[in-house]
Design a protein around this ligand. Sequence first.
Ligand code: C2O
Ligand code: CU
Ligand code: CU
Length: 562
Amino acid sequence: MKKFITILFFGLQTASAQHLLYIPDTLSGTSFDLTVHRDSVQFKPGTITQTLGINSHRYLGPTLLMRKGDSVQLAVHNHIGDTTTMHWHGLHVAPQNDGGPMSLIMDGLSWNPGFVVRNNAATYWYHPHIMAKTAAQAIKGDAGFIIVRDSMESTLTLPRTYGTDDIPIVVQSVELDSNNQFMPKGMVDSVVLVNGTDSPYVRMPAQVVRLRLLNGSGERTFNFGLKGNKTFYVIGNDGGLLQAPVTTTRIRLSPGERAEILADFGGMNGDTTYLMSYASELPIGVQGGPTMPMPPGSPLMNSPLNGIDFNILQILITAPTASPIYTVPATLVADTAYPASAANAYRTISMTADSALVMDGPFYFNGLSFDMSRIDYHIPLNNVEIWTLTDSTMVGHPFHIHDVHFYILDRNGVPPSDVEKGRKDVVLIAPYETVRFITKFNDFADTSIPYMFHCHILMHEDDGMMGQFVVGPFTDHTANLDPQPGIKLFPNPAHSELNISADAYHQNETVSVRVVNTTGQLNWEGYFSGSKTVSTSTWQPGIYLIYLTTTTGSSVTRILIQ
Ligand code: C2O
Ligand code: CU
Ligand code: CU
């Protein structure tokens, strides 16, 4: 008997090398509550790994299910022992709701953005966006999916039973130190987590299954495919469904990019397959691709995963569900790119470094590092713009822009592949490549809070590979569709005093004011109703963020003290 138990025990241990894929639970409706907290997970034998979790999750957070057209309210409660923010990656919202580096949430406090969901059905995500610390926080697990549904998508015959035939898959390659702790700036990432599961397997029914792929890594690009080059169908990318499914055997996703694919497992009950990365096919210089010849003195970047084809997720195919889908639709949604002839403004960004041999940064846009007090572009509302992005460095950069989705016009003059033809918010630019995209800056104008554009390699972003733009000026108040309290701050820039005054509607309310500097330290706080003059003569010159909270909401404004 004892012997039998020992054998059983060892049997279980062998089996436990593979772990059942974790599927985050969902939140739906119109109000979403997220509590970000410190936690820990036993990823590897030995020391437990310190993580950040959201709500009941010890790592990552719940999937937010939103419906286009709904007016949603969110609450983000910060219990991580440090200042943070929360950004809704890919959602088209006003800048004060976007969760960029200005929308700081102090430890122990909450942030309450609200907006109308204007995005098309697709897969988006949320993660912190705090200056210089995005990698440290996001890599520890502070991130989750947002799935938007809409009436167009609902009419299509597509798998949409969450966790059964519609499966969220966030892939993150991470580096753990010898003590099993995350190394957010590490470049030798060798652990691949899928939904926070190490060495995962999942059961999928023998029918058409939808996978929502998100590359949530700090730096690594994946070249996804199914084992044995089985074909699959790409139905959507960052910002919506494509016009028609694209039959392929590969989908390359750099950090921040998403794709929805359909895999046809019909008739395969009992088979085993794998979601893989065919990283041997990535270009040299794209992180995760074959290791390039290293210039002397370069940092260690030889992850064992670079340039090889490896398994990401084992898929055990099981019996079909009660109402399976066996077909792939012939067409999806109507979606047309803005024609290049519609553009009324052009911008050129060159991605640069201190020298041609720099592999680990810092990297710059047009030679400039991020500066919170510098607005790189003032973009008139409703501009249609073509941006030309050239990577002049030896490593690839996934370029991401907030607020809008864009259409890729060409890569080195060649029109994009069919899967890249839809609405995008991240595009990978390979070394020495030039990509042009077209977009329209519609709906939101606000000249006080900027939107960001940056490299989505989180360590590049944290090192300053980021810029900011404002859309405006206000030509018309209907341009700002999301609610915000009617509080004015003036003058801006201010010298010795700052006046704060509430509009007629908020005259009788108590308004709470918190003034913090750009690193999140509290400079001044107080309350007023009606109006108030604050002496600023003892404040250090620089940029401050003013957080105002009334009974109807909160807002943040940026002021300069000279
Ligand atoms: Cu996913 Cu500016 O971020
Ligand atoms: Cu974003
Ligand atoms: Cu970069």
